[in-house]
Design a protein. Sequence first.
Length: 429
Amino acid sequence: MSEIRQLFGQTIIYGLSSVVARVLNFLLVPLYTAKFIPSEYAVVTEMYVYAALFIIIGSFGMETAFFRFTGSGQSSKASVFSTAYTFLLANATLILGLGLVFYKQISSIIEYENHPEYVLIFLGIIFLDLITIIPFSLLRQKNKAIKFATIKIINIAINIFFNIFFLVVCPYLEANGISKTFVEQFYNPDISVAYVFISNLIASMITVIILAPETIKNLAPPNYKLFKKMINYSWPIWIAGLAFMINESADKVLIKYLLPKGIAMREMGIYSACYKLSIFMTLFVQSYRFAAEPFFFNQFSKPNAKKTYSLMLQFFVLFALSVFLFVTFYIDVIKLIIPNSLYHEGIIIVPIVLLANIFLGIYYNLSVWYKVTNKTKYAAIISSIGAFVTVFLNIIFIPVYGYIGSAWATLIRTIVVQGGVCPMKSVSV
């Protein structure tokens, strides 16, 4: 019983930290949409999509492999930590090195040849975020939930602080001639979008410094035989991670390349900003998932498990529909979170995205069967199907319907993925 209480206590901490992190990040949306026109905000969205892609590529599912092999008892925790950390450090260094050599070409490929500094800044962010993945995992493995959550929130708080400093304080000081010499030393109004990325870079640097003592203390010689086992275990998870990233982010980038250049960035900016208004449903689904997953495993061996799972799904749908109705009814008020009226035409996508999140939550409920039966390969299969549907439907819908087509593609993809777990289930719900 004490183990169960500990598990749920940590679940609450991790869940709250995740919710707080999402809320704090969401607070930047009013700032960005007030300071940037849609085409500028689209740059922020697009660059973070690329960063997420390369972080997943570089991590190679090693976070999950770390948990698997520290829990197996076959190797020392220090050996597992060092092996995983060394691999990610090598990957991060490789990405950084190649990026520094070819950053101008990369800038040209993604059509930001006039702003190669975007690529340089994100190379730093990707490197720093990759080398913190395993140290953060170590905190979780050691049940240091409070320390984990605290560092995550500190990271976000620093990011927000520098965003406000660069985007609000510095322009105000410059406009009013206050501390002009001081401001001119590190502020250039011509690269205002870049300060979003610089703020993130500073936060990531400080996070690495905070984690450094824990990292250094647990380093040991890496184990090559263990490394091969970890790679064999992690590659299906890596594929699932790539597929998940495509499912969540491909629509935003495809808008840029499937619409005429004169309107593409504007449309992407509007879509990305209004997509954020689904945070109310996202928070509910995320919180439910944090609480439900350990509960699923706890209930599996009990005789009434199937009935319990069914009841949980019913309550989830009931509350999710309540959130859907609330946001839909008050959308004209909620849209004011985005102060710039240039974005408001995109609120038509919000109900569609809310429904997509409901089906995603249903998928989390129904996917319990492959989690409790250790058939996680189906996660990669189902996610890959979803990624194909996402790309295929966006290619068809975007040229005809614009960003509204992307929203419908997201909804259809979540329905397909949710339906995909049903015919393969081994646990009736």
